[in-house]
Design a protein around this ligand. Structure first.
Ligand SMILES: [Fe+2]
Length: 379
Protein backbone atom coordinates (compact mmCIF):
# COMPACT_ATOMS: atom_id res chain seq x y z
CA UNK A 1 0.00 0.00 0.00
CA UNK A 2 1.45 3.41 -0.89
CA UNK A 3 1.48 6.39 1.44
CA UNK A 4 -1.50 8.23 -0.08
CA UNK A 5 -3.82 5.23 0.05
CA UNK A 6 -2.86 4.63 3.67
CA UNK A 7 -3.82 8.20 4.50
CA UNK A 8 -7.10 8.10 2.62
CA UNK A 9 -8.47 4.97 4.25
CA UNK A 10 -9.41 5.37 7.91
CA UNK A 11 -9.05 2.19 9.95
CA UNK A 12 -12.33 0.32 10.26
CA UNK A 13 -12.96 -2.63 12.56
CA UNK A 14 -16.01 -4.88 12.58
CA UNK A 15 -17.46 -5.39 16.05
CA UNK A 16 -16.27 -9.02 16.03
CA UNK A 17 -12.65 -7.88 15.62
CA UNK A 18 -12.39 -4.83 17.86
CA UNK A 19 -8.90 -3.73 18.86
CA UNK A 20 -8.17 -3.95 22.59
CA UNK A 21 -9.57 -0.98 24.50
CA UNK A 22 -12.29 -0.01 22.02
CA UNK A 23 -15.65 -0.04 23.80
CA UNK A 24 -18.64 -1.67 22.15
CA UNK A 25 -21.73 0.49 21.93
CA UNK A 26 -24.29 -1.52 23.92
CA UNK A 27 -27.59 -1.86 22.09
CA UNK A 28 -30.66 -1.84 24.36
CA UNK A 29 -33.75 -3.85 23.45
CA UNK A 30 -36.00 -1.72 21.25
CA UNK A 31 -39.52 -0.68 22.30
CA UNK A 32 -40.40 0.36 18.73
CA UNK A 33 -38.83 0.21 15.27
CA UNK A 34 -38.98 3.22 12.99
CA UNK A 35 -39.41 2.42 9.31
CA UNK A 36 -38.94 5.93 7.90
CA UNK A 37 -37.80 9.39 8.93
CA UNK A 38 -41.10 11.07 8.08
CA UNK A 39 -40.59 14.82 8.51
CA UNK A 40 -38.74 17.51 10.46
CA UNK A 41 -40.39 20.29 12.44
CA UNK A 42 -39.00 23.80 12.80
CA UNK A 43 -40.11 27.09 14.29
CA UNK A 44 -39.38 30.15 12.17
CA UNK A 45 -39.81 33.89 12.59
CA UNK A 46 -40.22 34.56 8.87
CA UNK A 47 -42.17 31.83 7.10
CA UNK A 48 -41.90 33.62 3.73
CA UNK A 49 -38.10 33.61 3.84
CA UNK A 50 -38.10 30.01 5.06
CA UNK A 51 -40.31 29.04 2.15
CA UNK A 52 -38.06 30.86 -0.33
CA UNK A 53 -34.99 28.96 0.89
CA UNK A 54 -36.66 25.54 0.97
CA UNK A 55 -38.29 26.09 -2.45
CA UNK A 56 -34.93 26.91 -4.03
CA UNK A 57 -33.52 23.91 -2.13
CA UNK A 58 -36.06 21.70 -3.93
CA UNK A 59 -39.09 21.27 -1.66
CA UNK A 60 -42.66 21.96 -2.80
CA UNK A 61 -45.29 23.86 -0.80
CA UNK A 62 -48.32 21.88 0.33
CA UNK A 63 -49.82 24.59 2.56
CA UNK A 64 -48.71 28.06 3.58
CA UNK A 65 -50.74 30.29 5.84
CA UNK A 66 -49.89 32.92 8.44
CA UNK A 67 -48.84 30.44 11.09
CA UNK A 68 -47.76 27.28 9.33
CA UNK A 69 -45.80 26.10 6.33
CA UNK A 70 -45.98 22.49 5.15
CA UNK A 71 -43.65 21.28 2.40
CA UNK A 72 -43.23 17.98 0.57
CA UNK A 73 -40.78 16.27 -1.73
CA UNK A 74 -41.35 14.16 -4.82
CA UNK A 75 -42.09 10.96 -2.89
CA UNK A 76 -45.49 9.85 -1.58
CA UNK A 77 -45.05 11.42 1.87
CA UNK A 78 -47.70 14.08 2.59
CA UNK A 79 -45.07 16.26 4.30
CA UNK A 80 -41.29 16.31 4.74
CA UNK A 81 -40.95 19.59 6.57
CA UNK A 82 -43.25 21.64 8.78
CA UNK A 83 -42.51 25.13 10.06
CA UNK A 84 -44.59 27.06 12.54
CA UNK A 85 -44.34 30.80 13.06
CA UNK A 86 -42.67 31.67 16.38
CA UNK A 87 -40.77 34.48 18.09
CA UNK A 88 -37.44 32.61 17.80
CA UNK A 89 -36.11 30.18 15.21
CA UNK A 90 -35.81 26.67 16.61
CA UNK A 91 -35.52 23.05 15.55
CA UNK A 92 -38.53 21.39 17.18
CA UNK A 93 -37.85 17.75 16.36
CA UNK A 94 -38.21 14.84 14.00
CA UNK A 95 -41.10 12.50 13.20
CA UNK A 96 -40.65 8.81 12.42
CA UNK A 97 -43.06 6.27 10.96
CA UNK A 98 -43.62 3.15 13.06
CA UNK A 99 -45.72 0.06 12.23
CA UNK A 100 -49.42 0.04 13.24
CA UNK A 101 -48.82 -2.70 15.86
CA UNK A 102 -46.42 -0.48 17.83
CA UNK A 103 -47.16 -0.67 21.54
CA UNK A 104 -47.83 3.03 22.18
CA UNK A 105 -49.21 2.29 25.66
CA UNK A 106 -46.00 0.64 26.76
CA UNK A 107 -43.97 3.48 25.23
CA UNK A 108 -46.05 6.01 27.12
CA UNK A 109 -45.79 4.04 30.36
CA UNK A 110 -42.03 3.95 30.13
CA UNK A 111 -41.30 7.34 28.61
CA UNK A 112 -44.32 9.56 29.12
CA UNK A 113 -45.24 11.65 26.12
CA UNK A 114 -48.43 13.02 24.68
CA UNK A 115 -50.76 11.18 22.27
CA UNK A 116 -50.98 12.68 18.79
CA UNK A 117 -54.31 12.80 16.97
CA UNK A 118 -54.90 12.98 13.22
CA UNK A 119 -55.30 16.79 13.40
CA UNK A 120 -51.81 17.19 14.84
CA UNK A 121 -50.13 15.39 11.96
CA UNK A 122 -49.99 16.75 8.39
CA UNK A 123 -51.20 13.74 6.43
CA UNK A 124 -53.17 12.35 9.39
CA UNK A 125 -52.66 9.20 11.38
CA UNK A 126 -52.03 8.75 15.08
CA UNK A 127 -49.06 8.43 17.36
CA UNK A 128 -47.13 9.65 20.33
CA UNK A 129 -45.02 12.74 20.94
CA UNK A 130 -42.02 11.78 23.07
CA UNK A 131 -39.27 14.08 24.32
CA UNK A 132 -35.67 12.87 24.01
CA UNK A 133 -33.17 13.44 26.88
CA UNK A 134 -32.01 16.70 25.26
CA UNK A 135 -35.53 18.14 24.96
CA UNK A 136 -36.14 17.50 21.24
CA UNK A 137 -39.66 16.31 20.46
CA UNK A 138 -39.74 12.93 18.73
CA UNK A 139 -43.00 12.02 17.05
CA UNK A 140 -43.73 8.34 16.43
CA UNK A 141 -46.61 8.09 13.99
CA UNK A 142 -48.54 5.39 12.21
CA UNK A 143 -51.47 5.12 9.78
CA UNK A 144 -49.98 8.06 7.88
CA UNK A 145 -51.54 8.75 4.51
CA UNK A 146 -49.67 8.83 1.22
CA UNK A 147 -50.15 11.10 -1.76
CA UNK A 148 -49.37 10.81 -5.46
CA UNK A 149 -45.62 11.16 -6.08
CA UNK A 150 -44.50 14.11 -8.20
CA UNK A 151 -43.02 13.38 -11.63
CA UNK A 152 -39.21 13.50 -11.82
CA UNK A 153 -37.04 13.63 -14.91
CA UNK A 154 -35.25 10.41 -15.78
CA UNK A 155 -32.02 10.00 -13.85
CA UNK A 156 -29.02 11.37 -15.75
CA UNK A 157 -26.87 10.12 -17.22
CA UNK A 158 -28.59 6.94 -18.26
CA UNK A 159 -25.53 4.97 -17.31
CA UNK A 160 -22.17 6.49 -16.59
CA UNK A 161 -19.41 6.20 -19.17
CA UNK A 162 -16.48 4.96 -17.14
CA UNK A 163 -13.20 3.58 -18.40
CA UNK A 164 -13.90 0.23 -19.98
CA UNK A 165 -17.71 0.50 -19.73
CA UNK A 166 -19.59 2.73 -22.18
CA UNK A 167 -23.22 2.75 -21.07
CA UNK A 168 -24.23 5.96 -22.90
CA UNK A 169 -23.84 5.83 -26.68
CA UNK A 170 -25.25 8.38 -29.14
CA UNK A 171 -26.66 10.31 -26.19
CA UNK A 172 -25.57 13.43 -24.29
CA UNK A 173 -25.81 14.76 -20.74
CA UNK A 174 -27.93 17.95 -20.73
CA UNK A 175 -29.40 18.26 -17.26
CA UNK A 176 -31.82 21.16 -16.82
CA UNK A 177 -30.94 24.08 -14.56
CA UNK A 178 -33.62 23.79 -11.92
CA UNK A 179 -33.84 23.30 -8.16
CA UNK A 180 -32.61 19.85 -7.17
CA UNK A 181 -35.96 18.13 -6.68
CA UNK A 182 -35.93 16.53 -3.23
CA UNK A 183 -36.87 12.89 -3.55
CA UNK A 184 -36.98 12.09 0.14
CA UNK A 185 -35.79 13.07 3.58
CA UNK A 186 -32.59 11.17 4.33
CA UNK A 187 -31.16 11.86 7.77
CA UNK A 188 -30.91 14.16 10.74
CA UNK A 189 -27.80 14.81 12.83
CA UNK A 190 -28.14 15.82 16.49
CA UNK A 191 -25.34 17.11 18.68
CA UNK A 192 -25.52 16.39 22.40
CA UNK A 193 -23.41 16.91 25.51
CA UNK A 194 -24.46 13.42 26.63
CA UNK A 195 -23.70 11.03 23.78
CA UNK A 196 -24.24 7.81 25.74
CA UNK A 197 -27.71 8.76 27.05
CA UNK A 198 -28.96 10.10 23.71
CA UNK A 199 -27.61 7.14 21.72
CA UNK A 200 -29.22 4.64 24.12
CA UNK A 201 -32.51 6.55 24.10
CA UNK A 202 -32.80 6.54 20.29
CA UNK A 203 -31.85 2.85 20.03
CA UNK A 204 -34.45 2.03 22.69
CA UNK A 205 -37.28 4.12 21.23
CA UNK A 206 -36.88 3.73 17.46
CA UNK A 207 -34.80 0.55 17.21
CA UNK A 208 -31.99 2.04 15.17
CA UNK A 209 -28.82 0.04 14.46
CA UNK A 210 -25.32 1.47 14.87
CA UNK A 211 -23.69 1.30 11.43
CA UNK A 212 -20.40 3.08 12.18
CA UNK A 213 -19.29 4.03 15.68
CA UNK A 214 -16.50 6.59 15.94
CA UNK A 215 -14.41 6.40 19.09
CA UNK A 216 -11.89 8.56 20.89
CA UNK A 217 -8.30 7.73 21.78
CA UNK A 218 -9.43 6.01 25.01
CA UNK A 219 -11.81 3.75 23.03
CA UNK A 220 -15.04 5.46 24.13
CA UNK A 221 -17.75 6.15 21.53
CA UNK A 222 -18.11 9.78 20.49
CA UNK A 223 -20.26 9.77 17.34
CA UNK A 224 -22.49 7.13 15.79
CA UNK A 225 -24.19 6.77 12.43
CA UNK A 226 -27.42 4.81 12.94
CA UNK A 227 -29.55 3.12 10.29
CA UNK A 228 -33.15 1.96 10.44
CA UNK A 229 -33.81 -1.70 11.17
CA UNK A 230 -35.64 -2.74 8.00
CA UNK A 231 -34.59 -6.38 8.17
CA UNK A 232 -33.57 -7.64 4.73
CA UNK A 233 -34.62 -4.39 3.04
CA UNK A 234 -31.57 -2.16 2.49
CA UNK A 235 -31.61 0.97 4.66
CA UNK A 236 -29.53 4.15 4.29
CA UNK A 237 -26.11 3.96 6.00
CA UNK A 238 -27.53 6.51 8.43
CA UNK A 239 -30.95 8.01 9.17
CA UNK A 240 -29.99 9.40 12.58
CA UNK A 241 -26.55 10.56 13.70
CA UNK A 242 -25.79 11.32 17.34
CA UNK A 243 -22.59 13.27 17.91
CA UNK A 244 -21.03 14.22 21.23
CA UNK A 245 -20.45 17.95 21.65
CA UNK A 246 -20.70 20.85 24.03
CA UNK A 247 -24.35 21.68 23.41
CA UNK A 248 -27.68 20.16 22.43
CA UNK A 249 -28.47 21.23 18.92
CA UNK A 250 -29.68 20.31 15.47
CA UNK A 251 -26.51 19.85 13.45
CA UNK A 252 -27.91 19.31 9.96
CA UNK A 253 -30.41 17.33 7.95
CA UNK A 254 -29.89 15.70 4.56
CA UNK A 255 -32.23 15.37 1.63
CA UNK A 256 -31.81 12.91 -1.20
CA UNK A 257 -31.87 14.27 -4.74
CA UNK A 258 -32.16 12.35 -7.99
CA UNK A 259 -28.53 12.12 -9.11
CA UNK A 260 -25.22 13.94 -9.30
CA UNK A 261 -26.45 16.28 -12.04
CA UNK A 262 -29.41 17.34 -9.89
CA UNK A 263 -26.93 18.06 -7.09
CA UNK A 264 -24.74 20.16 -9.40
CA UNK A 265 -27.53 22.03 -11.17
CA UNK A 266 -29.29 22.57 -7.87
CA UNK A 267 -26.12 24.23 -6.60
CA UNK A 268 -26.30 26.74 -9.45
CA UNK A 269 -29.92 27.57 -8.61
CA UNK A 270 -29.04 28.10 -4.94
CA UNK A 271 -26.06 30.32 -5.86
CA UNK A 272 -28.20 32.35 -8.30
CA UNK A 273 -30.78 32.94 -5.54
CA UNK A 274 -28.06 34.22 -3.21
CA UNK A 275 -28.23 31.52 -0.55
CA UNK A 276 -25.26 30.84 1.70
CA UNK A 277 -23.19 27.92 0.46
CA UNK A 278 -21.45 25.97 3.19
CA UNK A 279 -19.56 22.99 1.78
CA UNK A 280 -19.34 20.80 -1.31
CA UNK A 281 -19.57 19.24 -3.73
CA UNK A 282 -17.62 16.36 -2.25
CA UNK A 283 -17.78 12.67 -1.35
CA UNK A 284 -18.27 11.55 2.24
CA UNK A 285 -16.27 8.63 3.60
CA UNK A 286 -18.70 7.12 6.15
CA UNK A 287 -21.92 6.78 4.15
CA UNK A 288 -20.16 7.51 0.82
CA UNK A 289 -22.69 10.18 -0.25
CA UNK A 290 -21.92 12.87 -2.79
CA UNK A 291 -22.87 15.99 -0.82
CA UNK A 292 -23.50 19.73 -1.01
CA UNK A 293 -24.30 21.76 2.14
CA UNK A 294 -26.29 25.01 2.47
CA UNK A 295 -27.21 27.34 5.32
CA UNK A 296 -30.60 29.00 5.63
CA UNK A 297 -31.13 32.57 6.87
CA UNK A 298 -31.15 31.40 10.51
CA UNK A 299 -27.95 29.39 10.15
CA UNK A 300 -29.61 25.93 10.04
CA UNK A 301 -27.66 23.56 7.79
CA UNK A 302 -29.26 21.50 5.01
CA UNK A 303 -27.48 18.92 2.87
CA UNK A 304 -28.30 17.73 -0.63
CA UNK A 305 -26.98 14.24 -1.27
CA UNK A 306 -27.04 11.35 -3.71
CA UNK A 307 -25.37 7.96 -4.12
CA UNK A 308 -25.20 6.92 -0.46
CA UNK A 309 -24.45 3.44 0.91
CA UNK A 310 -27.30 1.13 1.95
CA UNK A 311 -27.09 -1.87 4.29
CA UNK A 312 -29.44 -4.59 5.47
CA UNK A 313 -29.98 -5.15 9.20
CA UNK A 314 -27.54 -8.04 9.38
CA UNK A 315 -24.45 -6.04 8.41
CA UNK A 316 -22.10 -5.91 11.38
CA UNK A 317 -21.47 -2.63 13.22
CA UNK A 318 -18.09 -1.12 12.37
CA UNK A 319 -15.82 1.01 14.56
CA UNK A 320 -13.70 3.86 13.22
CA UNK A 321 -11.36 6.22 15.11
CA UNK A 322 -12.89 9.69 15.45
CA UNK A 323 -11.02 12.05 13.11
CA UNK A 324 -11.92 14.86 10.74
CA UNK A 325 -10.42 12.83 7.87
CA UNK A 326 -13.23 10.27 8.09
CA UNK A 327 -15.83 12.86 7.13
CA UNK A 328 -14.93 13.36 3.49
CA UNK A 329 -12.92 11.57 0.81
CA UNK A 330 -12.57 14.42 -1.69
CA UNK A 331 -13.84 17.92 -2.36
CA UNK A 332 -12.93 21.20 -0.72
CA UNK A 333 -11.90 21.08 2.91
CA UNK A 334 -14.75 21.31 5.40
CA UNK A 335 -15.13 24.99 6.38
CA UNK A 336 -13.87 25.98 9.85
CA UNK A 337 -17.44 26.95 10.80
CA UNK A 338 -18.36 23.24 10.83
CA UNK A 339 -16.08 22.71 13.80
CA UNK A 340 -16.35 24.22 17.28
CA UNK A 341 -14.48 27.49 17.52
CA UNK A 342 -12.23 27.90 20.54
CA UNK A 343 -13.63 30.81 22.47
CA UNK A 344 -14.37 31.98 25.98
CA UNK A 345 -18.02 30.98 25.50
CA UNK A 346 -16.94 27.47 24.50
CA UNK A 347 -14.68 27.17 27.52
CA UNK A 348 -17.49 28.33 29.77
CA UNK A 349 -19.84 25.70 28.31
CA UNK A 350 -17.18 23.04 28.80
CA UNK A 351 -16.57 24.15 32.40
CA UNK A 352 -20.31 23.94 33.14
CA UNK A 353 -20.47 20.41 31.72
CA UNK A 354 -17.42 19.35 33.71
CA UNK A 355 -18.97 20.80 36.87
CA UNK A 356 -22.21 18.94 36.14
CA UNK A 357 -20.26 15.69 35.79
CA UNK A 358 -21.17 15.31 32.09
CA UNK A 359 -17.68 15.87 30.69
CA UNK A 360 -14.08 15.50 31.83
CA UNK A 361 -11.16 17.70 30.82
CA UNK A 362 -9.40 14.54 29.62
CA UNK A 363 -12.26 13.79 27.21
CA UNK A 364 -12.30 17.38 25.99
CA UNK A 365 -8.55 17.17 25.30
CA UNK A 366 -9.04 13.97 23.28
CA UNK A 367 -11.79 15.58 21.19
CA UNK A 368 -9.66 18.70 20.67
CA UNK A 369 -6.71 16.62 19.57
CA UNK A 370 -8.84 14.68 17.06
CA UNK A 371 -10.37 17.86 15.66
CA UNK A 372 -6.98 19.58 15.41
CA UNK A 373 -5.36 16.74 13.48
CA UNK A 374 -5.29 17.69 9.80
CA UNK A 375 -7.97 15.87 7.79
CA UNK A 376 -5.78 15.46 4.75
CA UNK A 377 -2.17 15.64 5.93
CA UNK A 378 -0.79 14.86 2.47
CA UNK A 379 -1.98 18.23 1.10
FE1 LIG B 1 -25.20 14.41 6.45
Amino acid sequence: MNRASQLQAPSEYPQSALPAGVQRLARPKALARATQLAFLRFEKVDLDEARRFWTDFGLVTVRHDTDELVMRGADASPALLIARRAAQPRFAGAAFLVPPDTDFERLQQESGGRPLAADDIPGGGRGLCLVDPDGNEVWLITDWSSIAPLPLRAALPAGENVLGRRARVNATVRSPIEPAAIGRLGHVVLQTPDFATMAAWYMRHIGIIPTDVQYLEDGSPMLTFFRLDLGATPADHHTVVIVGGLESRYEHSAWEVLDLDALGQGQQVMHAAGHAHLWGIGRHVLGSQLFDYWKDADGFEFEHYTDGDVFTAERETHYVPFATGSIWAWGDDAPPSMFPRKSFAMLLRAWRLVRAGKLTWARLRMVGKALDSPARPWL
